[in-house]
Design a protein. Structure first.
Length: 203
């Protein structure tokens, strides 16, 4: 008597199917672990670049606070920075002390580049200063200035004056300078690893 159905080898087929499913799950898990490692590495490198940009912003604040005077202790030239380059001291001084215009910023070699938001690391006319922080090159520029009365060279900015009508003293209202600043940081060895900040700073 012969069997109606022959099920020889079904166990082997089922094991092969289950093995393929298990291999697919393991391959998917390995892929996600690998991608997670890559993303973590990218986040770490970006965090390093963004921290260098924040450091660059603080150095730019020091430049603004010194009003471009290299004898001032807070000027970036006196902070021991590596490879500090100020592309044009006259241009930076104009940007620090006068409102944005082609006339006021005549000391800048190219007004359009000086006031552009773009920083091209291969063109010194597109940034005001550069320096190295850790493993990153940092580039900074002032792209817009709104003049105020709080610069260090205005004697009445933070002092009392006499009002001749009521013989009292009044304080001159504080109107800060407003600076729009662009900062770009990039890894020295891998320039594609970069971060950029756009800031509005009141001084």
């Amino acid at each position: 008597m012969k069997p109606i159905k022959n099920e020889n080898g079904i166990a082997l087929v089922m094991i092969l199917i289950l093995s393929i499913i298990c291999l697919a799950i393991i391959a998917t898990l390995i892929y996600f672990v690998t991608q997670g490692t890559k993303i973590s590495g990218m986040e770490k490198r970006y965090k390093t670049a963004i921290e260098a940009s924040i450091g660059g912003a603080n150095i730019t604040y020091q430049l603004i606070g010194s009003r471009g005077d290299t004898s001032n202790p807070v000027h970036p030239a006196n902070l021991g920075l590596t490879n500090l380059v100020i592309t044009s001291a006259a241009c930076v001084t104009a940007k620090l002390n006068t409102a944005t215009s082609a006339t006021n910023w005549a000391d800048c070699s190219d007004y359009n580049k000086a006031s552009s938001l773009t920083i091209d690391t291969s063109d010194p006319d597109t940034y005001d200063m550069s320096f190295v922080l850790g493993t990153n090159n940092v580039y900074a520029k002032i792209v817009d200035t709104v003049a105020g009365n709080s610069s260090g060279d205005l004697g009445l900015a933070k002092r009392w004056v006499v009002n001749p009508k009521n013989k009292g003293e009044i304080q001159v209202p504080h109107i800060p300078y407003l600076y729009t600043i662009e900062i770009q940081s990039e890894n020295t060895a891998q320039p594609a690893e970069r971060a950029k900040l756009s800031l509005l700073y009141a001084y």
